[in-house]
Design a protein around this ligand. Structure first.
Ligand code: ATP
Ligand code: MG
Length: 651
């Protein structure tokens, strides 16, 4: 037991061994919050205060959840099955898979990712005969998701209001209906549906409340209203809730995270233990001083003093680039000089679009890298196509999947025919699949179109039968071949075709990985599809390879790297354009910068550039105010040894 606590300082140890009751740990970046949370679980288990199945722990990303499981196993020196550890969405999904019936869902319900959701919304707009120009689909998506994140159903919203708002409610309602009818569940719905399940089903609620007596939440500052309610209903009157948070790292208010949740916590979960951790173990003195100075410009903080025993270390480097290409040249040249493992290096940026230039520079220099977020594996067109076949095979009512592949690859089903199917579906309230069947049976449709349509339906039926007995990876391999997608992509340029085919091979490999350790039953395909929707962005094969890590600042939360290159520090980019005139948003940008700086352990490099290609034009840029907020004595301006001109000539 003692050895479990050995690596903790006194304040951390107190938090880890806190008596039962709700517990709050308020602490700054790198002070060991995540470490404490994991040790708390290990300690509860090792001392017999809790059974593994009494534990539910929530983290922010799938990557963090995997790490937490691995660290727990290593602390306890054995694999511990039983605790539920995951993201809010992952855990909600798990609940719905178990209790699909009680949640009023079909057993094979499918998780809609953001792109599929957008398509579904577009279909709703068509159905309601509303213009996409006036009711912009991505705005409607935001509208729906924000309401769901607040726990609000369309039918619960006001019935009177201005016309546009009323129309938006119609869209929300129609979207809910279509999802319910076809067994589709978007990300926000996962949470809302499982919350309603627990709230409304007394038996289940009591079961889980009695089961999960210890609930732990990392990065509590970024929980939104619904996640908070979800936690509350699960904790009931018995659960011991243990949360760790840092108000200076709240960076998701655009997705509904609320500072008030921290105040609400004290109100809703009384008799708490409160701990503060003030020693930072992650960064050098200089990096910590830079972070502290920056965040001191924010108002209304809860206030913490972070200190470190570490040496000052190297100064923060500041590089002034000519343009974004030169910025990337500088960063990658520094990386080439690096002698340690690549995975200790991170390139962080404000917007995902910034990754491309770095990607190209890294490729040119043959430096391995991995992008978290950005264009994700499961979001690539070829992957989505194969997935759409699988989704349709699993559920013929999946209209999104039907639309995606009805003429991919081309099979002579034109837009006119598709329109006929759509309008039949609309007037008869049918799924597209059933509507197509009705049209074939005797609809007003040309013979040629009828035969193409019939062939398509037949092909799906045959494929479904054929793959049914196969193991998962062979199911995918079969669909890949029988669908004609390989030939279809083969018609593209050789490089593009190759890339796509490699990705498809990768999908089969991912399925093979997924099969490992899973019982071989019929639900594996639907599990895999859900996994793909949830994991998008984190399923790349190179995760375990030694490579430079590229990600947006939002995705970097909770992580740490030896060296961090924080790039694009320019007014209008970081802080972002949308925040320049709004002091509340500006403070969130500053917190984001604080998150970025505090990811670095030994060395931090800041970059900004004189101009940048944005919005389709080369625009001049000014250095970010955040640079000026870092005391000048901590900074050393650096020159690029290998200064060169080819890039300059291009502009
Ligand atoms: P963030 O706010 O970024 O999420 P955090 O507060 O969760 O940070 P951790 O990631 O838990 O901090 O810890 C930061 C680093 O400090 C880790 O490398 C961790 O192993 C190390 N660390 C934490 N506490 C101690 C300690 N008592 N002794 C040695 N190292 C420690
Ligand atoms: Mg942490």
């Amino acid at each position: 037991m003692l050895s479990l606590l050995n690596s903790l300082n006194p304040a951390q140890r107190e938090a880890v061994t806190a008596p039962p009751g709700h517990t709050l740990v308020l602490a700054g970046a790198g002070s060991g919050k995540t470490k404490v949370l994991i040790h708390r679980i290990a300690w509860l288990l090792a001392t017999g205060k809790a059974h593994p199945h009494n534990i539910l722990a929530v983290t922010f990303t799938n990557k963090a959840a995997n790490e937490m499981r691995a660290r727990l196993d290593s602390l306890l020196q054995s694999a511990v099955p039983g605790p539920w550890i995951g993201t809010f969405h992952g855990l909600a999904h798990r609940l719905l898979r178990i209790h699909w019936q009680a949640a009023n869902l079909p057993q094979s319900f499918q998780v809609l990712d953001s792109d599929d959701q957008l398509r579904t919304i577009k279909r709703v707009l068509k159905f309601l005969e509303l213009s996409e120009d006036i009711y912009v689909p991505s705005d409607m998506q935001h509208f729906i998701n924000t309401r769901k994140d607040q726990g609000l159903r369309a039918r619960e919203l006001v019935v009177e209001g201005e016309t546009r708002f009323m129309k938006m409610l119609d869209i929300y309602l129609a979207y809910e209906n279509i999802c319910q009818r076809t067994g589709l569940v978007d990300f926000a719905e996962l949470l809302l549906r499982s919350y309603e399940l627990l709230r409304d089903n007394q038996e289940l609620r009591e079961y889980y409340q009695q089961r999960f007596t210890f609930l732990l939440v990392d990065e509590f500052q970024d929980t939104n209203t619904l996640q908070y309610q979800w936690l509350r209903v699960l904790a009931g009157g018995h659960g011991n809730v243990f949360v760790v948070f840092d108000d200076d790292q709240l960076i998701y208010s655009w997705r509904g995270s609320r500072m008030e949740n921290i105040q609400n916590f004290s109100h809703d979960f009384p008799h708490r233990n409160l701990f503060r951790l003030e020693q930072n173990y992650r960064s050098t003195g200089t990096i910590l001083a830079a972070a502290n100075a920056l965040i001191a410009h924010n108002t209304g903080r809860l206030g913490k003093t972070l200190w470190t025993q570490s040496d000052a270390g190297r100064p923060v480097h500041l590089y002034h680039a000519y343009n974004e290409l030169e910025e990337a040249e500088f960063v990658t040249a520094k990386i080439q000089d690096w002698s340690g493992p690549f995975r200790d290096l991170a390139i962080l940026y404000r917007t995902s679009a910034q990754s491309r230039v770095f990607e190209e520079a890294l490729l040119r220099k043959q430096i391995p890298y991995r992008i978290y977020g950005g264009l994700r594996f499961y979001e690539r067109a070829e992957i989505k196509d194969v997935m759409a076949y699988l989704r349709l095979i699993l559920r013929r009512e999946n209209d999104g999947a039907f639309e995606r592949i009805i003429n991919t690859p081309r099979r002579g089903i034109g837009e006119k025919t598709v329109e006929l199917v759509r309008s039949m579906a609309k007037t008869q309230h049918l799924s597209l699949w059933t509507a197509a069947g009705v049209l074939i049976e005797g609809g007003d449709i040309k013979a040629k179109a009828k035969s193409s349509l019939a062939k398509f339906l037949q092909q799906i039926e045959q494929l479904a039968q054929h793959i049914q007995p196969l193991p998962l990876h062979q199911q995918i391999e079969s669909v890949k071949r029988a669908s004609g997608l390989i030939e279809h992509y083969g018609k593209e340029g050789p490089e593009e075709a190759q890339r796509r085919l490699e990705n498809l091979d990768e999908l089969v490999a991912a399925a093979r990985e997924f099969e490992k350790g899973q019982p071989d039953d019929n639900s594996l395909l639907s599990e895999f599809l859900a996994h793909a929707a949830l994991e998008s962005g984190e399923g790349q094969a190179s995760e375990f390879d030694d490579c430079v890590q590229l990600m947006t600042l939002h995705a970097a939360k909770g992580l740490e790297f030896s060296t961090v290159f924080l790039c694009g520090l320019e007014e209008g980019l970081f802080p972002h354009q949308n925040s320049l005139l709004d002091s509340v948003k500006l403070e969130e940008e500053r917190r984001l910068c604080y998150v970025g700086i505090t990811r670095a352990r030994h060395f931090l490099s800041l970059c900004y550039s004189d101009s940048r290609y944005r919005y389709g034009a080369r625009l001049p840029a000014r250095p970010s105010r955040f640079i000026q907020e870092i005391p000048v004595e901590l900074i050393e301006e650096v020159r690029f040894r290998g200064k060169f001109s080819p890039f300059k000539k291009r502009y």
